[in-house]
Design a protein around this ligand. Structure first.
Ligand SMILES: Cc1cc2nc3c(=O)[nH]c(=O)nc-3n(C[C@H](O)[C@H](O)[C@H](O)COP(=O)(O)O)c2cc1C
Length: 226
């Protein structure tokens, strides 16, 4: 296939991906997961170091986390390896607000309804009912440069999932309980948790899955010189 003939397929895949926030309970067959994660491993990285360390939780370990994380969250027990304030300013704050408003609109939740907003937020910690979560770790001695490799890996993985009829949601919130995740999955302390990606078959009937976010115009963020 020539590069040009791949373009429609690529456009189809990248435009079909969206953050899925409701999943059906069926597990993804292991052979399909092997295929999806093998393709994600094609991701480029600094000096081909491939610094991503990926732990996929399903079944009993995942159910344990689904039971234990929400109460830990309620008790305010947060152990993040990479602290994050969630505060943005200027145009970034506007985009953050727009994305939240678009999501709550399709879910029929008003700005004033703090209870429903909080309930929707807390669904992060039950992985939006997904049957699988990929937790993305990085060796502790690495920093920002290598973290960009993990970001690229994450996008490859999500596009690979989309191309195979699966959905995903990348979640910073799944980095809030790094100690609990490490303990449950038997991950050594020398690996730091960046974030998690819930994945599985999307529940196409769920209101949350009707949301599609907008993007800035090319001229807002991309500048061609020379
Ligand atoms: C690294 C990363 C972390 C994110 N964390 C969360 C999260 O904790 N909870 C959530 O519901 N969405 C989370 N998102 C999803 C974003 O809100 C979403 O990607 C953005 O609004 C664009 O929408 P789209 O993914 O549907 O195109 C995260 C996305 C990324 C890339």
């Amino acid at each position: 296939m020539t590069a040009a003939s791949l373009a429609p397929a690529f456009a189809g895949i990248i435009k079909s991906r969206y953050s899925v926030r409701a999943f059906r309970p069926e597990r993804v067959p292991q052979a399909l997961m092997d295929q999806v994660f093998t393709l994600a491993n094609c991701t480029p990285s600094n000096c081909n170091t491939q610094p991503w360390m990926v732990h996929v939780a399903s079944g009993e370990p995942l159910e344990l986390l689904r039971r234990e994380i929400p109460p830990a969250m309620m008790r305010g027990e947060i152990t993040m390896d990479f602290p994050y304030s969630g505060k943005y300013h200027g145009v970034y704050k506007e985009r953050q607000g727009e994305a939240a408003n678009d999501l709550f609109k399709v879910m029929d939740i008003t700005r004033e309804d703090k209870v429903k907003r909080n309930e929707a937020f807390m669904r992060n910690f039950i992985f939006f009912d997904a049957p699988h979560v990929a937790f993305l770790f990085i060796p502790q001695e690495y920093g920002l440069r290598e973290a960009t490799d993990i970001g690229m890996y994450a996008q490859s993985l999500m596009l690979s999932l989309t191309a195979h009829g699966l959905g995903s949601c990348p979640q910073t919130s799944l980095g809030f309980h790094a100690d609990l995740v490490r303990k449950t999955l038997g991950v050594d302390d020398s690996f730091k948790l960046l974030f998690g990606i819930s994945f599985g078959y999307p529940d196409d009937t769920a209101a949350a899955n009707q949301c599609r976010t907008a993007r800035a115009a090319l001229s807002d963020n991309t500048f061609f010189h020379g």
